[in-house]
Ligand binder design. Sequence first.
Ligand code: FES
Length: 593
Amino acid sequence: MSMDEFHAAVSLDELEAEGRKLVSVDGTPLAVFHHEGEVRAVNNRCPHMGFPLVEGTVDDGILTCHWHHARFELSCGDTFDPWADDVRTYPVDVRDDTVYVNPNPPRELPPAEHWAERLETGLEENLRLVVAKSTIGLLDADVDYREPMATALEFGTRYRESGWGPGLTILGCMANLVDDLEPEDRKRALYTGVRHVADDCAGEAPNFDQPSFSTRDVAFDRLKSWFRDCIEVRDAAGAKRCLRTAVAAGRSESELAELVVAAATDHPYLSSGHVLDFANKAFESLEHVDRSHADDTLASLVDPLVTATRSDEQSSWRQPIDLVALLEDVYGGGISATGGLESLAAAGADRTWSPPVDVQETLLGDDPEAIVDVLADAVRGGATTETLAAEVAHAAATRVARFGTANEFSDWNTVHHTFTYANAVHGFARRTDAIECYRGVFEAAMSVYLDRFLNTPPAPIPEPGDNDSGRDPDAIRADLLETFDADGRVDEAGRLVAEFFDCGGDPAALKRTLGHGLVREDAGFHTLQNLEAALRRFERETAARHPDRERRRRVPLIATARYMAAHFPTRREAEQTFAIATRLNRGEAIHES
Ligand code: FES
């Protein structure tokens, strides 16, 4: 190290007399200590929340910050308290009774490696501040978001015995949102996903691997039947071995999706729709990372599958109308059958289905037999799983958009569950043409039916042109963000989305605004899911070129704006941590002493 890099900082006599000095060397604030005959220099800003360390206590080789009492080994800066992070130290040299400090020593690791290492620590110890600093540091070092996402995905699937859960689902949602966000909000999104994975794994036992079978020579249909049988009897170990064997044998994404969607629809609407949504998010997450993650990622779905509640065992699906019996008739036997669906699909093989004009009215109506009939007619008329799933997903989005605020607050979750389930069914239908996707469509439609009273009376959905105020769309976006600052502005939020479109606003700008509104809050699992699913539905409706496209594509965004307004504002604690982490990474002062 060249001595030219050292700058005169303080006289040794003065330091010895006072024991400590705050100096600024080349713009870096340093706390210089004289302790046990040695001179030490550390960054004056406590890495926890920026308290001036020069005001700390030095004793027995330990520097203790006075704010939250984090302790640091004085010579190297390593902390005893991982939540606070390590403090940076600086080389010193004493010449001619003057202390010289090098304020810019080379880092032990390049920033990308340093922050990747810190991210691992943040995940392992569930340290929110460390996760914030490392996700910000990684993106500032131009690391692609997929790298930390892959780290968190691997961690979350390995260190959670109960398998895929809300944390990994949020991570997948956030990865899907990245391209729709402003650069600073991409950091917030990644921080949100990673911190929820860390939180979900905290205190959990690790997930011990069940290896694949040593043979790869198992016919696909046999593997599928074994897998379904294992899930049926809630045998997690056997199911994991089947699924890992399918991955190890190089089965295609479409085949892997078929295995999962078959088992996930052998009983209707598992765990209020969560299981299929988790599975959809697992497949979507794999689109952001390489296939080496498929094995652990898909195996982590087994625990939610085997522990799921089955809606055919729920009274609401049996009484006063036995919805399960209605489905069994169409399926051609038991609730796990597909023979009837195969016959309907065969009849429609050479036909092209066009949705009847009143299909949405039927799907949103109060006659489950009519709903089942319209869907069965559609399959017989050539409707693909993808087309039909999109139709039901639109009905599910409409339920959220029309949710009446006089309902119990918790019922927002009821319509939300149906919406994300229907969105997941559509995701699977795009991935595989497995006949079982039709079961998902029928079951999503039954859930839309069950939610009908939550639209009583229905909140009005603004029609295109109803709110053409001529206002600047940017001003409307600002107003929309404001609705999230106060309780209860649910209908106003939905109306502003409609006004934004009526005034010619760019959908990409609206997505950025909704995304910002989301990631600055302590948004819960469902709200994070809701926006991501709504943006996905908007994209699908835009691409579908339905004759009623302009009205249809607004519905999910009106729905999610209303959902967000119902759940915001929050305390924004996570945002406070994010702001502190940002300033600490930039070396800015935080604590005004
Ligand atoms: S322990 Fe130093 S600021 Fe919190």
